[in-house]
Ligand binder design. Structure first.
Ligand SMILES: Nc1ncnc2c1ncn2[C@@H]1O[C@H](COP(=O)(O)OP(=O)(O)O)[C@@H](O)[C@H]1O
Ligand SMILES: [Mg+2]
Length: 254
């Protein structure tokens, strides 16, 4: 069986992409799924958030993408159950340009991951906060996209732009690309704005919204500083519970 490949994308920064990808990856691993997280953000937050020092990275997603190294050689096994990582370093910034000038532009990630797709149940890609070639490449390689977003007005605006990109990727590279789900992050149900934005989303994306929402939580913000997913950092807290619930929903959708 070939891995289900999911891209975590949203061109806005600070919306919870990396937090979602780390914690969903760790929870899937805990449930016995073989998981590979591919860090495609030059900032490398998913790498450090899993306790891998960026300075220690020998082969990064950058070398894999430009074809200088094969995916297998870049894989780092983490200390967490069933969870491996292709790490990122700042050198990936160059890839926006290198991918752009390569002949087939959007297909570099598809090619890079093809040899290892049978080795995993899930390949989760953490995208950078742009709609550049890195994100387009990730979307081209993905079966589905998960869109983490807080309940605010700019996020609603951003969603239509992201949708245009998804449509473009569908027509150019990947006709079966689907939105697997919209995940509301940093959720605070006491805010009126939260209710308003959620109401809009329920109108237009009813079948895409995860029922589970991820509350704002200090523990979730602290965990990456300790290099641990929430399921290991604070396994009985609210954050871990909510991510467990999201993963249950996700497993029904893929
Ligand atoms: N549910 C949450 N509650 C509190 N802080 C959060 C939550 N999710 C993410 N954060 C924090 O918000 C910041 C941005 O999240 P991050 O996952 O890095 O977003 P992105 O990858 O979209 O830039 C980080 O400091 C992160 O620790
Ligand atoms: Mg990030």
């Amino acid at each position: 069986m070939s891995a289900v490949c999911l891209a975590f994308a949203n061109q806005k920064g600070g919306v919870g992409k990396t937090t979602c990808v780390i914690n969903i990856a760790a929870e899937l691993g805990k449930r016995g799924k073989r998981v590979l997280l591919v860090d495609m953000d030059p900032q490398g937050n998913a790498t450090s958030g899993l306790g891998i020092a960026k300075k220690s990275v020998k082969i990064s997603s950058y070398q894999v993408l430009i074809g200088e190294a094969d995916a297998k050689s870049a894989i780092v096994v983490t200390e967490f159950k069933n969870l491996s990582l292709i790490p990122s370093t700042i050198s990936l910034v160059g890839a926006e340009f290198d991918l752009h000038t390569s002949e087939e532009r959007g297909r570099d990630v598809i090619k890079a991951l093809a040899p290892i797709k049978e080795d995993y149940d899930f390949i989760l890609i953490d995208c950078p906060p742009t709609l550049g070639m890195l994100t387009i490449n990730a979307l081209a390689a993905a079966d589905g996209v998960i869109i983490p977003m807080p309940c605010d007005f700019f996020s609603l605006e951003g969603l239509s732009q992201l949708n245009l990109t998804i449509k473009k990727v569908r027509s150019l590279y990947n006709p079966s690309l689907d939105i697997t789900g919209l995940l509301l992050t940093m959720y605070n149900k006491r805010l009126l704005l939260t209710a308003q934005v959620e109401g809009e989303l329920r109108k237009y994306y009813a079948d895409k919204l995860f029922n589970t929402t991820i509350s704002r939580s200090v523990k979730l913000a602290e965990a990456p500083g300790f290099g641990r997913p929430i399921a290991y950092f604070d396994p009985y807290g609210k954050g871990a519970l909510e991510y467990r619930e999201v993963v249950k929903e996700l497993l029904l959708r893929v």
